[in-house]
Ligand binder design. Structure first.
Ligand SMILES: *Cc1c(COP(=O)(O)O)cnc(C)c1O
Length: 467
């Protein structure tokens, strides 16, 4: 299996090099040269597999022999052994035709663990094979940082620096990231937004000389492995629903920020999974809703909301979708992205918009609507939604045809976002893993959102082993 850049200026590379490259060296994103298609008989044959077995089958198409089978299986086993639920991502029926896919049973109580437990183990595997240090640089709106640190802490040969927006993450998110006392972990709290952090790290990754000198590796969803690991639970959810209901296809409602998780659903669909509509659920940072409704993608003013992990204006993974929308034409993608850079917006014509609308529906959820959804479901079904999942459920209510089955992705545990749950006058019990965090000291440095200052901090963290 070869991987190519959405902008066409990277020579074809294999799976491991794709993981290590992260952002494509031409500034684009890496995608498989051909998306593998799983025929109906094979799909049927996979329906009884455990989560881990399913992950192995799906990963194998992309790893394509670069990791020996037994080792790939061991990496998968190890990655999901840290989850608190035997099914890894169980599906709950909330009411008729409405299901929730619980993705928060990993170590940091958000869906990012599903990909980052695996990516942490994969980096460690590569480092052992090649003897090369792995230096991770990432930006987070809260969950990726905690999850990535948890995925790599204590692993030999790995150092990690995470940028988070100072004061704009939830208390539990901040504690999960900053209570790790380890010289290989650096938390930088930047005076700015997630978009500032993401822009700075994209610039650093685009500086190929700097990237190679310091062995910089990515954990954000610009890394294709994140997307790949997340396709697995779309398959898993489909099989679980099919066990109790005779369905031809399933719709998914997906709380979206960087377009990563929903792109994984799109990829699962292209691989042959019978997915109906993919519903893009956003909060008031609703650029993606605008694009799906009228073909205009234009980041506006940043808003802080009750669902901080989705407070994102520039959705990195959107470029992957554009690539497929434009018939896998890297020249057309490059032109659009150049235009985006100079004019600050992307507009697609009517014909393309029709395609977009046949792939996706969308709903931007206002703050009050998010809180009302939490209260309503807690009152009617005793199911406590976290504010991100609540956006997903509100979008399901607004966009889903009631005769069709819809699975909403529950991307985080409500205990991570008690600030919002308290506003609904709901008193929740915290899992012990979260309660324990409140007594620990925190380790972080507050910095300006300034590329040069951050570069100096990185050089200090990463220079110990680089000649
Ligand atoms: C990261 C995150 C999202 C958004 O996922 P994307 O892949 O960025 O679209 C939604 N909910 C939670 C809880 C998250 O941590």
């Amino acid at each position: 299996m070869n991987f190519v850049s959405t902008r066409g200026n990277v020579n074809k590379i294999g799976f491991i090099d794709t993981v290590l490259m992260g952002l494509a060296n031409d500034g684009g994103l890496l995608v498989p040269e051909n998306i593998p298609y799983i025929p109906a008989e094979k799909l049927e044959a996979m329906s009884e597999l455990s989560y881990q077995e399913l992950a192995y089958e799906i990963f194998s198409y992309y790893v394509d022999g670069e990791i020996p089978d037994a080792e790939l299986k061991a990496l998968i086993e190890k990655s999901y052994a840290t989850f608190r639920h035997p099914e890894v991502t169980p599906v709950q029926k909330v009411k008729e035709n409405m299901y929730v896919l619980e993705l928060f049973h990993g170590p940091t109580f958000a869906f990012k663990d599903i990909a980052l437990q695996f990516l942490g183990n994969l980096y460690s595997y590569v480092s052992k094979k090649t003897g090369e240090s792995i230096h991770i640089l990432g930006a987070t709106s809260g969950d990726t940082g905690a999850s990535a640190i948890e995925g790599v802490r204590g692993k030999e040969g790995i150092r990690i620096c995470i940028l988070h927006p100072h004061g704009k993450v939830s208390k539990v998110q901040e504690l999960q990231m900053t209570t790790v006392d380890d010289e290989s972990v650096l938390n930088l709290a930047i005076e700015g937004t997630f978009d500032d952090g993401q822009r700075i790290i994209k610039e650093l990754f685009a500086d190929v000389e700097f990237k190679n000198k310091y062995h910089l590796r990515a954990i954000n969803s610009i890394n294709f492995v994140r997307i790949l690991a997340q396709t697995v639970y779309y398959f898993y959810a489909y099989y679980q629903v099919k066990k109790e209901k005779d369905i031809k296809s399933v719709n998914f409602s997906v709380p979206t920020g960087n377009f990563g998780d929903i792109f994984a659903g799109y990829l699962a669909k292209r691989m042959g999974l019978p997915v109906g509509k993919l519903i893009v659920a956003t909060n008031e940072n609703n650029i993606l809703e605008g694009f799906i409704h009228n073909g205009l993608y234009q980041p506006g003013e940043f808003r802080s909301t009750y669902s901080p992990s989705m407070d994102i204006q520039v959705a990195s993974n959107f470029e992957r979708y554009l690539y497929y929308l434009l018939d896998e034409n890297p020249i057309a993608v490059s032109e659009l992205m150049e235009k985006f850079k100079s004019e600050g917006k992307i507009v697609v014509n009517k014909e393309l918009l029709e395609q977009v609308q046949s792939d996706f529906a969308a709903h931007g959820v206002e703050g009050e609507e998010c809180l009302q959804t939490i209260s309503k479901y807690y009152g009617e079904t005793s199911y406590l939604l976290d504010p991100h999942t609540a956006c997903g459920v509100a979008a399901y209510e607004s966009c889903n045809d009631p005769s069709e089955v819809c699975v909403t992705l529950a991307t985080a545990h409500p205990a991570k976002f008690n600030e919002s749950i308290e506003r609904c006058d709901i008193d929740q019990t915290f899992p012990k893993e979260i309660t324990q965090l409140f007594d620990k000291p925190q380790f972080l440095e507050v910095v300006e959102a300034d590329k040069d200052e951050i570069t100096r901090k990185l050089e200090k963290l990463f220079s110990y082993s680089v000649q």
